[in-house]
Design a protein around this ligand. Structure first.
Ligand code: ADP
Ligand code: MG
Length: 253
C-alpha cells in the first residue's frame, strides 16, 4: 500500500455530514456589507437566505457586487459588517488555518476555467482529490465516474489546449464536483462560451442541481435566466433590489 493510500485511509475520506445553519439555511447573509479601501461599499446591508437544494441566479449590472458576494462565500474576503454563515460556519469567525479545508468543501467554477495547463484532463480532476489525500484506488474510480457525468469520459488524456471552451468548462465542473460538495458556486461560468455550448453547460448544471447540489450562479445571460425559471436575485449598487422565486431577467430591465 502506498504512503498516500495509507494516509488517506488513516484520515478517512468519508463524505462529511452536511451541516446547515442554525436557521436551517445552507447559506445565510445577514445585513452584510463589504467596503474596499476606496469607493462606495461593494455590498451594503445584504440579506440573503438560501436553502439546501436551491438553484439561484445572481444578476445585476457590472460593479453591482456579485463577485464580491461570491468572494465572501469563498472566504477570500470577510464582511466589513454583518454575518455570513455557510453550512453552519460563521465565516467571520472561521480560523485562518481552517479556511483551506472550508474552501475545499465548496465546488467553484469561474468564467476562465482555471485549469492546470500542463496537466491532462484526468490529472486536473484527480488533483482536487489528491490534495485531500483520497486513496489512489478511490481516485481511479472517482475520476472516470465524474468525467462521464460531465460527458468527457473519452477525453481523459487530453490537455486543456486540445479542448473546446465548453469541454474545458466541463473539466472545471468535474473538478468542482469530485469531492461531492453540497454547494456549487459559479461566477459567470458561461461567460466565455457560445450559445449552444452555454445551453449544454446549463443542462449539466441543472442535472447536478437535481441530484441535490445547491447552486449559486452569477450570470449576465438573459436568455438562460428567462428560460430556466429559477430563483433570481437582482443586485444593484451593492443591494438586492429583487428576489423572485421563478424569476426572469426582464423583471428589472
Ligand atoms: P460585479 O461582480 O457585480 O461586477 P464586484 O463585486 O466585482 O461587482 O464589484 C463591486 C464594486 O466593488 C465595484 O464598484 C468594484 O469596482 C469594487 N471592487 C471590487 N473589487 C475591488 C477591489 N479589490 N478593490 C477596490 N474596489 C473593488
Ligand atoms: Mg463580477
Amino acid at each position: 500500500m502506498s504512503e498516500e493510500t495509507r494516509r488517506g485511509r488513516a484520515r478517512g475520506n468519508k463524505k462529511a455530514k452536511l451541516r446547515l445553519n442554525p436557521n436551517g439555511d445552507i447559506i445565510t447573509l445577514e445585513n452584510v456589507s463589504k467596503s474596499y479601501s476606496t469607493g462606495a461599499p461593494a455590498l451594503n446591508g445584504v440579506d440573503l437566505h438560501i436553502k439546501k437544494g436551491e438553484f439561484v441566479f445572481i444578476i445585476g449590472d457590472s460593479g453591482s457586487g456579485k463577485s464580491t458576494m461570491i468572494k465572501l462565500l469563498l472566504r477570500e474576503l470577510t464582511a466589513t459588517k454583518g454575518k455570513v454563515t455557510v453550512m453552519g460556519e460563521n465565516l467571520s469567525k472561521l480560523r485562518r488555518r481552517k479556511v483551506p479545508k472550508y474552501r475545499r468543501s465548496l465546488g467553484i467554477v469561474f468564467q476562465d476555467f482555471r485549469l492546470l495547463k500542463d496537466r491532462n484532463v484526468y490529472e486536473n480532476v484527480a488533483f482536487a482529490q489528491r490534495i485531500i489525500q483520497t486513496p489512489i484506488k478511490e481516485i481511479k474510480r472517482n475520476v472516470p465516474a465524474v468525467l462521464s457525468v460531465v460527458g468527457l469520459a473519452g477525453k481523459y488524456k487530453a490537455l486543456p489546449r486540445e479542448l473546446s471552451g465548453g469541454e474545458q468548462q466541463r473539466v472545471a465542473i468535474a473538478r468542482a464536483l469530485i469531492n461531492r460538495p453540497a454547494i456549487l458556486l459559479a461566477d459567470e461560468p458561461t461567460g466565455n462560451l457560445d450559445p449552444d455550448t452555454t445551453w449544454e453547460i446549463m443542462k449539466l448544471l441543472e442535472k447536478i442541481n437535481e441530484n441535490g447540489t445547491t447552486i449559486l450562479m452569477v450570470t449576465h445571460n438573459r436568455e438562460i435566466v428567462d428560460t430556466m425559471k429559477k430563483r433570481v436575485v437582482t443586485m444593484k449598487k451593492g443591494v438586492i433590489i429583487s428576489d423572485e422565486e421563478r424569476g426572469g431577467y426582464s423583471y428589472e430591465y
